[in-house]
Write a protein that binds this ligand. Structure first.
Ligand code: WQD
Length: 359
């Protein structure tokens, strides 16, 4: 008879700045763990390792000089969540807040498997929130997305842009945001900060952490770095007939370390906030086309990136970039790293780790 997952571990004592970080072994999660530790937090990581890496967490520990508390499991496991919250409390350092990354995140896959996305991203978050309520944990920072906006009525996107997602992935993020709005309205102590990511790219400057997509990358930047390191013959540019500066798609690329720091700022804001729910764009406020990013990467890396124009990718929009003024006003946060920094750090990671976290 297998031992139930929540009896398989015993959390050692943690300090009184304990956080639960779900999905902490992923691309954005690992970069954020590093910044949280540096800010003095004691993260407890819950990850099912479906898209995360044990090696990445070891590297976080090495970079931070800190031993992480890691539990392998799912946010849908009620017993495991209850045991994690109660164990931390029994050790005199109850979990103070949750940073919630765990979820499925491919737009294309969500169209093919919507029920998986609703189960994990929506039902999983509900399970997490119910466990938080039982443990009297009132604060959450949620990994949301600019995909909640859907087709832009105007650019740049402000937080007041209508919420009209056009794919199941974006719908799951919008539904969770609504759940969090209602959760905050139900109790004056509840705090929810929804961070609407634009396009996170790049890697930690050490070259030890970075993006390691499974299989063929869906996203532009990891595809470019894999061409540069010789794993892919060329880049397919999806569409060169958009009404943009050069006909290719325009996005707001943000350095993953800037994004990670935004989460630390969001936690600090939660502690002083007087209102429960807030949604905040995390972007640079600058749009960059596919060809502009490709040329910047070539210049920085010295690697030629062969490419071929292909038809537009279904579901893509022409251009998308953030108005980041709310983050600056509320969080005192602003992206500082340049496109060249993103390219240089991303290339250092990929060239030092041609197979990502695989041997
Ligand atoms: C960017 C541009 C493509 C690949 C993604 C995620 C979404 C969200 C934001 C978290 C587009 C073009 C791409 C390629 C290309 N993340 N492209 N060739 O679609 O903006 O959204 O980041 O919330 O979940 O899907 O990013 O990198 O896929 O595409 O020409 O091989 O690059 O057409 O113009 P996207 P992307």
């Amino acid at each position: 008879m297998p031992i139930p997952s929540f009896q398989r571990f015993h959390l050692p004592p943690a300090s009184n700045s304990s956080l639960l970080v779900t999905g902490g072994a992923g691309y954005i999660g690992t970069h954020t763990l590093l910044e949280l530790i540096r800010a003095g937090y004691q993260p407890v990581v819950l990850d099912d390792f479906s898209n995360g890496s044990h090696l990445a967490l070891k590297r976080v520990e090495s970079l931070a000089g800190h031993t992480l508390q890691v539990v392998e499991g799912s946010i849908t496991d009620t017993g495991l969540l209850d045991a994690m919250f109660s164990s931390a409390a029994e050790h005199g350092s109850p979990i103070q807040a949750v940073v919630h990354f765990a979820g499925l995140k491919s737009v294309g896959e969500s169209v093919a498997k919507p029920l998986d996305y609703y189960q994990t991203n929506v039902a999983g978050t509900l399970t997490l929130l119910q466990a938080m309520e039982r443990a009297h944990v009132h604060t959450i920072v949620f990994s949301s997305s600019a995909t909640v906006y859907g087709i832009p009525l105007a650019q740049p996107y402000t937080e007041s842009h209508p919420i009209a997602p056009v794919n199941p992935y974006g719908s799951t993020k919008a539904i969770v945001e609504q759940i969090l709005r209602d959760w905050c309205a139900a109790h004056p102590a509840h705090r929810a900060t929804c961070l609407r990511y634009f396009n996170p790219i790049g890697a930690h400057p050490s070259g030890m952490l970075g993006e390691a997509p499974e299989g063929i990358p869906n996203n532009l930047f990891p595809f470019i770095t894999q061409v540069a390191v010789g794993k892919r013959p060329h880049l397919n540019v999806f569409g060169n007939d958009y009404p943009t500066v050069d006909g290719t798609g325009v996005r707001d690329y943000i350095h993953v370390v800037d994004l990670a720091i935004g989460h630390v700022k969001a936690l600090e804001h939660s502690r002083r906030a007087t209102t429960g729910f807030v949604a905040i764009n995390l972007g640079t406020g600058r749009g960059t086309s596919v060809l502009e990013l490709l040329h910047a990467f070539q210049t920085v890396s010295g690697q030629a990136i062969p490419y071929e124009f292909q038809p537009r990718r279904p579901g893509d929009i022409a251009e998308c970039w953030a108005d980041p003024s709310t983050a600056e006003a509320l969080l005192g946060w602003k992206a500082t790293r340049t496109l060249e920094d993103m390219c240089a750090d991303g290339w250092r990671w990929q060239s030092q780790n041609p197979n990502g976290y695989e041997p």
